[in-house]
Design a protein around this ligand. Sequence first.
Ligand SMILES: Nc1ncnc2c1ncn2[C@@H]1O[C@H](COP(=O)(O)OP(=O)(O)OP(=O)(O)O)[C@@H](O)[C@H]1O
Ligand code: SF4
Ligand SMILES: [Mg+2]
Length: 357
Amino acid sequence: MSEELNQGLGTANRAGNREQTAAERPPVSPNGLDKEVVLAIRNLSVVYPTREASIVAVNDVSFNIFKGELLGLIGESGCGKTTTAMAILRLLQPPGMIAGGEIILAGKTDLVKLEGAQLQAVRWRDVALIPQGAMNSLNPVMRVHEQIGDAIDAHVTPRMSRDEIKQRILTLFGLVGLPARTFDLYPHELSGGMKQRVCIAMAIALNPALVVADEPTSALDVIVQRIVAQNLLDIKNRLGVSILLIGHDMGLMAQLADRMAVMYAGNMVEIAPARTILTEPLHPYTQLLIEAVPTIKTRKPLKLTEGLTHDLRYPPPGCIFQSRCPLVMEVCRRVRPPLKETKPQHQVACHLYDALQ
Ligand SMILES: Nc1ncnc2c1ncn2[C@@H]1O[C@H](COP(=O)(O)OP(=O)(O)OP(=O)(O)O)[C@@H](O)[C@H]1O
Ligand code: SF4
Ligand SMILES: [Mg+2]
């Protein structure tokens, strides 16, 4: 955990602030990275029951988030990215509910099983969220420092003095590149980029082990997007915090992420280091996603517009991508391909690689 940001946090009883016993120590990456797993998601399923049938927004998804990594979660609109994020924070809006699986924090706490005060204690302090559209949810009648100060005041024990909170907020501003004068401003006095940085400052205020950032740059213009994205990267590198970054922009994600996880219609279809995803994508959906990235030079047509995503209320037997896949085979219509490691650090859910697994 970052000493830089832990200063002044009092004796907040985070798992990261004390020596752990062998039983508590988080598992180590199975692929030799020798990194701690901060969050292990196992067979997570989330449904939104409707009168007719349940929407399976997240279907039996498993992945790890390692200590200090930026994992990019990518996929087209409606594929379940926000639902995954909200499930991790246990902030699903009704009728959304976790239908199965585990979300293991630091190798020991299953967030799915937590309720009430225990759950409140984990949010912000261990796992913080920058929700989709966060900058528009800042309270317009509260000054910036009051909003961040409230979060610190509510979660840090023993309570910090007003001076300590002020110092902490100014430290946070330094980290996210906000000028000190921002302290007394109201949200309407800030640009979009500044508001988004306030949201990032709030998310890291308690030095969490993991920040889940749901499209933190999508409402910003391209230049400001890059600046805010770089800011997130700096924070990751300086504080050693893990970040689950949700987004659409494959190009931007490739520059920021250590690894990328690709979702399609509620299913995880590929996970690999960001560079590998770009240069050696294995899943036909990932390949089409990359081909669909328009470049000024090529002005390529967007091949991915062909076909429609399956109705999530009635997922087909077999592969979820079969109706759009140019390489579909007979087995794909019968058997759901599990996410399996085909090469070290490279997992894919596709029958094309059955022989390699
Ligand atoms: N409250 C809800 N009630 C019913 N269905 C929902 C609800 N919220 C999400 N869904 C459905 O769950 C699926 C996944 O939605 P989700 O918001 O997680 O997608 P997303 O990948 O974050 O999309 P986007 O990129 O547009 O933000 C979609 O089919 C959506 O219609
Ligand atoms: S399993 Fe079959 S349908 Fe699915 S992506 Fe692979 S080849 Fe295409
Ligand atoms: Mg979303």
